[in-house]
Design a protein around this ligand. Structure first.
Ligand code: SAM
Ligand code: SF4
Ligand code: F3S
Length: 450
């Protein structure tokens, strides 16, 4: 039976996209809880307010949104008082077009305007209007967000927003706006809040997190490595991570932080996109292959055993077999532990979308498969090398198979093991016994914990 109420009680949020969206969704939940006492539910059928937090980084993003909205339309027909909102990067890009195509959507907002949600909901209920809020305000949304609620043992904290890099294929600078760093004291305050709430691991977030340049407590600008040293000192913190970093923002301070800060986990996601200098230039990445390889060398010297992962785009306009071969070659040369590989898709409004999407779909697919074969082989190798090792695991949750739990090693590998739910949040030694494509299996060393 459908949930029915005159007051607003429940909230459902559907989240797509990157960790920044996950963070934003949890902050939207905090906001709506504070303003209306809304409690999160697991299915849209039970919700008085449905929010979609969308992503437009790759193809068919808009279509996915409209097809999901079609489901919500049926709910709204039965309960006209419910409120439907579309936020995130598709919201920002499409704006009012969403309500023209889906008039049952009450509000559209972007990644920089979700702090206005309580006010928008109030107006919608009072005036029965449809609202679009996608102006990028000067003021910071962070000033309007309530205290971060309990966010589990591993918590995200956004430290900077937006992107000024304008890679030619990417929508993010248009959807998230310009780069903006939070003041250091605000970041530290939020970190302390989530640590007090039980988190032991923090992941600092930003589209180019290492491009952080925020006002420090001394009134000077602090760069990312200065922030890392300050966060590393916080009481209760056991593990520190960050994502996503940009090669052009890796400086000596960050390399030294990897050498000096044990609490900084030995894993770095450093997207490179391509191994071809010609394409790196066309993509406007700001560096060449040699620069990237040099950074990797310095980072590995600073932190032996550092696990590396990256993002790759296959079939960028004009990509030849030679360009692609250089990408495969770079992947083998670096020996990434893992990789996220995507077919290029033209995104509306980006410079690359103005030139022909020249690599045929079959060729893109073929190249993607070839790249995946190489990266999977590397992942397998790095997993097999773990067998027999003892690792410290942060236990995250129950895994899908019954009686099993899962957690992460310092270098971000997933390990499954037999264990009880009450181990969640603990750091425990585990001996790795088996290696699979996506994960590892191990046995807890201290049986009394089991
Ligand atoms: N800021 C990060 C960086 O520069 O490395 C990445 C942000 S983006 C949200 C995540 C990944 O999506 C990119 O690294 C890129 O590989 C991929 N991506 C972005 N635009 C794309 C497009 N038009 N087609 C295919 N993949 C794309
Ligand atoms: Fe997109 Fe490039 Fe900015 Fe990353 S650095 S978000 S890929 S424009
Ligand atoms: Fe997607 Fe926006 Fe993140 S486009 S990847 S949700 S910044």
């Amino acid at each position: 039976m459908l949930h029915r109420t005159d007051t607003l009680d429940t909230l459902y949020i559907k989240t797509y996209g990157c960790q920044m969206n996950e963070y934003d969704s949890s902050r939207m939940a905090d906001l709506m809880h504070e303003a209306y006492g809304l409690r999160l539910v697991g299915v849209p059928e039970d919700a008085d307010v449905i929010l979609m937090n969308t992503c437009s980084v790759r193809e068919k993003a808009e279509e996915k949104v409209y097809s999901e909205l079609g489901r919500y339309r049926l709910l709204k027909e039965q309960r006209p008082d419910m409120i439907i909102g579309v936020g995130g990067c598709v919201g920002q890009q499409e704006g009012e077009r969403i309500q023209q195509r889906a008039p049952y959507v009450d509000m559209v907002f972007g990644p920089q305007t979700y702090h206005k949600l309580p006010e928008m909901v109030k107006r919608i209920r009072r005036e029965r209007v449809r609202l679009t809020e996608i102006d990028m305000p000067e003021i910071e949304k962070f000033d309007h967000l309530p205290k971060a609620a309990h966010s589990g043992h591993s918590a995200f904290v956004t430290i900077m927003e937006g992107c000024d890099k304008f890679c030619t294929f990417c929508v993010v600078p248009y959807t998230r706006g310009p780069e903006l760093s939070r003041p250091v004291v605000d970041v530290l305050r939020e970190c302390r809040e989530v640590l007090a709430g039980g988190a032991v691991e923090l992941t600092l977030l930003g589209q180019n997190v290492n491009g952080f340049l925020g006002i420090g407590p001394d009134g000077e600008e602090w760069d990312f490595s200065m922030l890392l040293y300050a966060v590393a000192e916080l009481d209760g913190l056991k593990r520190l991570r960050f994502t996503t970093s940009h090669p052009m923002e890796v400086n000596d301070g960050l390399i030294t932080a990897f050498a000096e800060l044990d609490i900084l986990m030995p894993y770095l996601h450093l997207p490179v996109q391509s191994g071809s200098d010609r394409l790196l230039k066309a993509m406007h990445r700001g560096h060449d292959r040699a620069h990237y390889l040099h950074l990797i060398e310095q980072l590995r010297e600073a932190r032996p055993g550092l696990a590396l992962s990256s993002d790759f785009i296959v079939g960028f306009p004009g990509e030849t077999e030679t360009d692609f071969g250089q990408t495969l070659d770079l992947v083998r040369e670096v020996g990434f532990d893992s990789a996220f590989c995507f077919n290029y898709s033209p995104r509306p409004g980006t410079p690359a979308a103005k030139v022909a999407d020249s690599v045929p779909k079959e060729v893109k697919d073929e190249r993607l498969q070839a790249l995946l074969a190489v990266t999977r082989e590397l992942t397998k190798k790095s997993h097999q090398a773990c067998i027999g090792r003892t690792e410290t695991l942060l236990v995250e949750r129950e895994s899908r198979s019954e009686g099993d739990m899962q957690g992460r090693t310092p270098d971000f590998k997933i390990v499954h093991f037999k264990g009880k739910k009450r181990l969640t949040g603990q750091l425990l030694p585990i001996c790795i016994s088996e290696a699979y494509g996506q994960s590892l299996r191990g046995d807890l060393m201290l049986t009394e914990h089991g």
